[in-house]
Design a binder for this molecule. Structure first.
Ligand SMILES: C[S@@+](CC[C@H](N)C(=O)[O-])C[C@H]1O[C@@H](n2cnc3c(N)ncnc32)[C@H](O)[C@@H]1O
Length: 346
């Protein structure tokens, strides 16, 4: 493990090291100060948390929904000597977690969303089409797995999930193939699903694996990743002090769109248009700090190919009251989990 002077490291976290992506700009935008309280909503292997703790004499409340990330973080908690609180939770509840830890407000919230390399590389977690394992894909232990969705959802719901969240053009053919295959026997392994998709989605040499988009769509649905993100942004709005910073690193255009729309909406001062009367809006709750998203430079991408699709956006909280949050306006239209699980016989 190499640790730079700024506290960033390829953190050894069990089977595969997770290299923090866009760590330096994330830390700069977070503006870490002595005496501050920072919430790291995606602890993972603790790369961001470690760097925040190294940057100033501050407190960190770190959250992860994955019990194995929490277990691996125990040593860092001990080393931090009371400056780090690590909680197994979903980051959509980050304001409540901070309140329960004794803090009614925070100076910064950082989210580095998606899966960690450790999760991807452990065959038993079922995230990867490259290794055979149970078709699971849950970041936390609870709730329906990818196998439940694949075996119970209607063909139509499967096609929607794979099209909207996986952005797979051949979603209908994939859904049809899934329904045909599960009529013979339930689909329970990553290899079974990956082989089935590869048989209907043709890949040219040099293309990504044909199952990439289908796996991505199912993973995002199983973990309600977009809903979690939209709710976490609202939770950050509620918990941040005036002048506090929100920093989000995302890896997928659907996620980036949610962060961008949220920040634009919260920073807007005027409504209406040239042709319509001006609409009076509530006072802005954020000032946008990144007109364009920050992306990784060539050196970071060469060192860590995962950084290629990363986008960082940041905002600074104003002193206006938090808004009542409607997540629906930020999210694509999709069937609910309950409806999907009832779907097979529908
Ligand atoms: C990309 S990794 C974060 C890596 C971390 N920044 C580091 O430097 O090691 C994302 C982590 O966030 C966690 N996660 C994703 N969505 C979550 C959610 N809704 N609530 C809590 N944790 C979540 C995952 O379990 C994973 O460990």
């Amino acid at each position: 493990m190499t640790v730079g002077g700024d506290g960033f490291a390829a953190v050894a976290g069990g089977p595969a090291p997770h290299i923090p992506v866009l760590g330096r700009p994330a830390l700069e935008f977070l503006n870490v100060r002595d005496g501050g309280v920072y919430i790291d909503g995606t602890f993972g292997a603790g790369g961001y948390t470690r760097a925040i703790l190294a940057a100033a004499d501050c407190r960190v409340i770190a959250i992860d929904r994955d019990p194995s990330a929490i277990a691996l973080g125990a040593e860092m908690v001990a080393q931090a000597q009371g400056r780090l609180t690590l909680i197994e939770e979903q980051f959509s509840n980050l304001d409540r977690v901070a309140n329960d830890a004794g803090f009614d407000a925070a100076d910064g919230v950082v989210l580095d969303v998606g899966v960690s390399s450790m999760q991807l590389d452990q065959a038993g977690r079922g995230f990867s089409f490259r290794q055979d394992g149970p078709l699971d894909m849950r970041m936390g232990g609870a709730g329906p797995s990818a196998a439940d969705i694949v075996n119970d959802a209607s063909e139509r719901d499967l096609a929607s999930i794979i099209y909207i969240l996986g952005e797979e053009r051949h979603s209908r053919a994939v859904a049809r193939a899934i329904v045909r295959a599960r009529g013979e026997a339930p689909i329970t392994t990553t290899k079974a699903l990956a082989d089935l998709v590869a048989a209907v989605v043709r890949a040219k040499p040099g293309d990504i694996h044909p199952a990439t988009r289908t796996f991505q769509g199912l993973r995002i649905f199983v973990n309600d990743e977009l809903g979690e993100l939209a709710r976490a942004l609202a939770a950050a709005e509620r918990v941040l002090k005036a002048g506090g910073r929100l920093v989000v690193v995302s890896f997928h255009s659907l996620e980036d769109r949610i962060v961008k729309s949220f920040l634009i909406n919260r920073a807007e001062t005027r409504g209406g248009s040239r042709h319509a009367p001006e609409v009076k809006r509530p006072a802005p709750t954020f000032r946008v700090l990144t007109k364009r998203p920050v992306t990784a430079d060539d050196a970071e991408i060469a060192h860590n190919p995962r950084a290629r699709s990363a986008k960082l956006r940041a905002g600074e909280r104003t002193d206006a009251p938090a808004r009542v949050h409607e997540t629906d306006e930020l999210l694509p239209r999709l069937p609910t989990l309950a409806a999907v699980l009832k779907g097979r016989r529908a």
